[in-house]
Design a binder for this molecule. Structure first.
Ligand code: C2E
Ligand code: CA
Ligand code: CA
Length: 595
């Protein structure tokens, strides 16, 4: 017995397949008990049927799963949770139904729970019933069975949780798509085979507003819905992953730019269709950046596609862009500007204002100045507002800047023309689209002791992308205060003549590209005439921007334009310089001819 037990013990300790161990134990039991009817049965499933059976008699094996275990001795051992001996057992499976044998059964355990039993029927050569020693031997054997299956269960559990952990580490829990780590793995694997996949970076425009408007639950549902949409569009050899937030990546097999563009277009078109999310129709247009380049790492490809996506976002009329290396410099510059902007906010010392005259009537009298922001930084030099204002807008810094401009413009412009001329201040859409803007403007006016009639606010049509009710409300409230509201850059972007009718505004500024293109272009001049006459009919004052030459001026005058701004009349300049100029003019006599 000892040597057998040692053998079994070794098998249990070293076994990797517990079925083999159980077979070994059954075989040993067969030898020990001189029986070929040995069963190790596991019945811890809800139906009560044997889950599995190991024994050495194949007939026995076939019949056992069919026997109702409730009737068998195995079941009794399980129910009584102890060894059971029946010297007059009538096994149902034996052909000779009348014969009885001595049977003995011991429960087996898995992780402390009774899950089955090991049963021994006395063999044909054995007349004497089972002895005390037999019982002890069976308890030992059943004990080893329990150890073997407990060990197997623990191993299985470990493997399952390892697999689960692996899955979790490589997939996005919300959408079930591969995550950033996984897609990097996939790309690296392809690169190591000498294949460079085409990477499409997909980002939804304005996804943040879904969360803001409808809450995160709806936001999550929307992400699941778009990920399903994307996954459905995949073809063989393509994969899709969620990197973070509303950013997804699609991998395409190596191919031409045209192929990649076709896929990108399909994605953009598909995503532009309304999506039903929890009973709401959401429209979530996307921008796609394409990297189809030679690369040595997954990070390089993802970064390139990301940069291309940013490029696509910045283009007003395109939602797809390809990567090119200039974008890398753009990004570096952008990061520098953002850092410098944040530094400059500390005391605003690197910001100054220039004022550019706006003239009126046949005498070209200065009726207003436009305040134009200047930014002189140590690290990036003098940066044009065309470059830093978009960065300030994207990062939300702009509101603070615009507030400073408002207050400073009112204060400084008070020194010009004896404090009589109007000052025109640019407000970006982000600053304008705030419910408290009118009261903020009112407070700044009061603090600076400036009458509201001296202030004009320039907004662009981009405000129309925001909440149109808020736009109307703010325009109305500002005009009620007595502040003029002027539509800037008319003629570019989203320009529509209908805005002129819809919006209750005081004036519009015709963009300089329009003014400069109109001379020598009959169609340009015709559009200009149409805009000017419509504005005149609506009682809207029109300023032509960017007037640089006499020719432009004369054309504009002939079309009925009455207000002008541009280098022809004066460049933007700091207030002290303008004050010097006007005192010089005062000494030299009235301003007759513009330079
Ligand atoms: P904008 O409002 O259209 O301002 C007019 C721009 O045209 C100014 O450029 C001005 O210097 C320039 N300009 C004026 N006359 C002429 C001309 O005859 N020929 C040419 N070629 N250009 C002329 P600037 O100062 O570089 O400003 C660019 C843009 O930056 C502005 O366009 C405005 O959109 C924005 N910006 C400027 N200051 C501010 C500000 O304080 N706040 C905000 N939010 N945006 C500002
Ligand atoms: Ca302006
Ligand atoms: Ca303008």
């Amino acid at each position: 017995l000892m040597s057998r037990v040692l053998h079994i013990q070794r098998a249990v300790t070293h076994a990797t397949h517990h079925e083999e161990t159980l077979e070994l134990i059954a075989k040993m039991a067969g030898e020990m008990f001189g029986s070929d009817s040995i069963a190790v049965r596991r019945v811890d499933n809800p139906s009560g049927r044997s889950l599995w059976t190991v024994n050495i008699d194949s007939d026995f094996a076939q019949t056992i799963p069919l026997i109702d275990p409730k009737l068998g001795i195995s079941r009794r051992a399980m129910d009584e949770n102890s060894i059971v001996i029946d010297r007059d057992y009538r096994p149902l499976h034996l052909p000779d139904q009348g014969r009885t044998v001595s049977a003995i059964a011991a429960p087996i355990y898995c992780q402390g729970e009774t899950v089955g039993a090991m049963t021994v029927l006395a063999g044909p050569d054995r007349d004497e019933p089972h002895t005390e020693e037999d019982q002890e031997a069976l308890i030992i054997l059943a004990g080893y069975v329990s150890v073997a299956i407990t060990k197997a269960a623990a191993t299985e559990e470990l493997e399952r949780s390892l697999l689960e952990a692996q899955w979790r580490a490589s997939h996005d829990h919300l959408t079930g798509l591969p995550n950033r780590a996984r897609i990097i793995e996939i790309i690296e694997a392809q690169l190591s085979q000498g294949l460079t996949p085409v990477v499409l970076y997909i980002d939804f425009d304005g996804f943040k507003s879904v969360n803001d408007l409808y809450g995160h639950v709806t936001g999550d549902l929307a992400l699941i819905a778009v990920s399903e949409r994307l996954a459905l569009m995949l073809r063989a050899g393509e994969s899709i992953a969620r990197l973070a937030g509303d950013e997804f990546v699609a991998l395409l097999p190596p191919g031409s730019d045209q192929d990649a563009l076709a896929v990108a277009k399909r994605i953009v078109e598909k995503l532009a269709k309304p999506l039903d999310v929890a009973g709401r129709d959401l429209v979530l247009p996307a921008s796609v950046g394409i990297a189809n380049i030679a690369a040595t790492s997954a990070e390089e490809l993802l970064e390139a596609a990301d940069l291309a996506m940013y490029r696509a976002k910045s283009l007003p009329s395109e939602s797809i862009a390809f990567f090119d290396s200039a974008l890398r410099q753009d990004r570096t510059r952008r990061v520098l500007i953002e850092q410098q902007l944040r530094l400059s906010l500390v005391n605003m010392a690197s910001f100054t204002l220039n004022f550019q005259p706006i003239v009126e009537g046949p005498e070209f009298e200065v009726c207003a100045y436009e305040a134009l922001l200047r930014w002189d930084t140590a690290a990036a030099g003098v940066v044009s507002p065309d470059e830093f204002v978009p960065v300030a807008e994207e990062t939300g810094i702009i509101s603070q800047i615009d507030e400073w401009v408002l207050a400073t413009a009112l204060r400084e412009s008070g020194l010009l023309s004896g404090g009589k001329s109007r000052v025109s201040v640019n407000l970006s859409a982000a600053s304008f689209l705030r419910g408290y803007l009118p009261s903020l403007v009112e407070r700044i006016l009061v603090l600076s002791g400036t009458p509201a009639s001296r202030l004009a606010i320039e907004i662009t049509e981009r405000v129309m992308l925001g909440d149109s009710q808020l736009v109307r409300h703010n325009i109305g409230a500002l005009r009620d205060l007595g502040v003029a509201v002027v539509l800037d850059d008319f003629g570019v972007g989203y320009s529509s003549l209908s805005y002129l009718q819809d919006l209750e505004i005081d004036g519009l500024k015709i963009d300089r590209s329009f003014v400069q293109g109109a001379t020598g272009d009959r169609r340009g001049a015709a559009v200009l005439r149409a805009v000017l006459s419509l504005a005149a009919d609506l009682g809207i004052e029109t300023v032509a921007e960017g007037v640089e030459t006499r020719e432009q001026l004369e054309l504009l005058q002939s079309l009925g334009c009455s207000h002008f701004q541009g280098y022809f009349f004066g460049r933007p300049a700091p207030v002290d310089q303008l004050m010097r100029q006007s005192s010089e003019i005062a000494m030299a006599g009235p301003l007759v001819e513009p330079r």
